[in-house]
Design a binder for this molecule. Sequence first.
Ligand code: ATP
Length: 263
Amino acid sequence: MLSVDQASVYFATRDGRTVQALDRVSFDIPDSGFVVALGASGCGKSTILNAIAGFLPLSEGTITLNGRPVSGPGADRGVVFQKDTLLPWKTVIENVGLGLKFAGIGRAVRRDRVEELLRLVGLADFAAAYPYELSGGMRQRVGIARALATEPEILLMDEPFGALDSLTREQMQELLVGVWKRTGKRIFFITHSIEEALFLGTQVLVMSPRPGRIVGRFDPPFMRQFAESGDARAVKTAPEFAELREEIRAMLHATDTVRRDAA
Ligand SMILES: Nc1ncnc2c1ncn2[C@@H]1O[C@H](COP(=O)(O)OP(=O)(O)OP(=O)(O)O)[C@@H](O)[C@H]1O
């Protein structure tokens, strides 16, 4: 279990002010949970992900992973960002195996493990390719394989499909459900897209800005339905999907402080 308990983060700005990026945020990610944080720009989504990754400390509150406090980055958390961070001079197989190499895992074991992961993300035929030879979606698949290589307890994904065209994005969402189904990993995923959040999350946290708070929690059934049926279109065109989408849209508009202040 990953537990975020009463997490608050304050930043000092250059002009000496204090910005509260997160205000007493609490949630749990159980085994095999897929939790999506949804909200407009600036509501603290990346701040909470970075705190879970151990890249920045909380000002107040705690984060624990299987009972151990998170106090810095670690191999028990794999991270995927919007922009891929692959090394351009290394092949796909070398990029995915890098963490295993640092962990002192021998070449033969490393190769087997990486090949298995490349099959999982549908890139078995691209092991010897360099990142510049791959499309954006393929590079993100390499990033997912790399994040899984060290067998983390949780995958942290910060808008991983935000820069992809809409068709590739849908394909990547479906691929990620397959990865979740086969690995049973916990996932924490950030997005601006209501449809993406509803399709992927077993729990969706709706966040509002200034300061970043959770203003709504939903447990959509859609990802599990898709994992069972394989029919994304049927799931996304169901009346329940549209109903929940509109409910969340209204909630996000109600907490849109930019529009409210301007009115
Ligand atoms: N290092 C920092 N110093 C000062 N303020 C910061 C810092 N990092 C984030 N903030 C502020 O904290 C708030 C939350 O930022 P955060 O990046 O977590 O939001 P977000 O929801 O991830 O936004 P986006 O979707 O645009 O990435 C914003 O108001 C941002 O300006």
